[in-house]
Design a binder for this molecule. Sequence first.
Ligand SMILES: NC(=O)c1ccc[n+]([C@@H]2O[C@H](COP(=O)([O-])OP(=O)(O)OC[C@H]3O[C@@H](n4cnc5c(N)ncnc54)[C@H](O)[C@@H]3O)[C@@H](O)[C@H]2O)c1
Length: 297
Amino acid sequence: MSGTDIRRVGIVGGGQMGAGIAEVCARAGLDTLLCEANCPAATAARERIAVSLERAVQRGKLDRSSAEAALARIMATAELTDLADRQLVVEAVTEDADVKTSLFTALDKIVEDPAAILATNTSSLPVMRLGMTTGRADRVVGLHFFNPVPVLPLVEVVTTLHTSADVTADVTEFATDVLGKTVIHAHDRAGFVVNALLVPYVLSAIRVTESGFATATDVDRGMELGCAHPMGPLRLADLIGLDTVASIAVSLYDEFKEPLYAPPPQLMRMVEAGLLGRKTGRGFHTYHREERPGSPG
Ligand SMILES: NC(=O)c1ccc[n+]([C@@H]2O[C@H](COP(=O)([O-])OP(=O)(O)OC[C@H]3O[C@@H](n4cnc5c(N)ncnc54)[C@H](O)[C@@H]3O)[C@@H](O)[C@H]2O)c1
């Protein structure tokens, strides 16, 4: 099997990332099966994709018949066993080592083709550790997309000490030739390339507000207007999801023991309080309903 032979794809987790990955797969013409934790979540994930496709139509990025055809290629389920016939499964559930580990153990038993590839969209957890919970660590790889997936062109392909060279080549070909993304390769270290550089910057911005040195609005305005960043670091943290930012910081700190990666107390308190950024409507900034993921507009 080569990357361009992959036609049946499964995505596990239909949040911001899983829904986005399913959308780009369907837009690329693939038979796409999205698996969520339960039926209401599966339905909500498909609706989130429908809203995103409609937004692409409204913005002139996609014609209506292509959007309808893409949506028709996406099936949503709450049964993991439905993924049995998939050639590639991309895991995009919550950034939690226990949840991901038990999922990979289950997928290993469910996905029938021994040549199938099991990929994770984890931002920071060791990919090899997930691979080693399966009997096919050589077929487990990191496929790290960026948010929003239909818009951002980058994918990091993360190879572990066990990943076979064929699998790395196949997913690279899949991401570039089938999905139209641009790939960079990274070794299996927490944060890979982009988050290892980005997250310490975001954490520094949080420390600036935590110390009372500047407001969140001024921090963001400073980086947007002074450095021409399209989005300041705290708006970016809100977009990523503060729970995800905290999990990445914990993994980075766990791996490298560098103080710059330690999650600031303010971040952990906000996560505990359920203030997760755009997806819950409030983080460092407040978001109206139409600004939240999956909302029209
Ligand atoms: N948010 C980002 O900017 C970003 C970017 C790149 C990678 N990631 C990674 O992608 C993954 C998902 O992040 P997200 O932002 O989409 O999170 P999210 O909170 O938006 O979505 C996570 C989804 O996983 C589902 N889920 C949890 N357990 C499940 C299970 N056992 N089976 C099926 N579904 C399950 C939840 O119901 C939820 O819908 C994480 O590993 C994260 O680190 C996130």
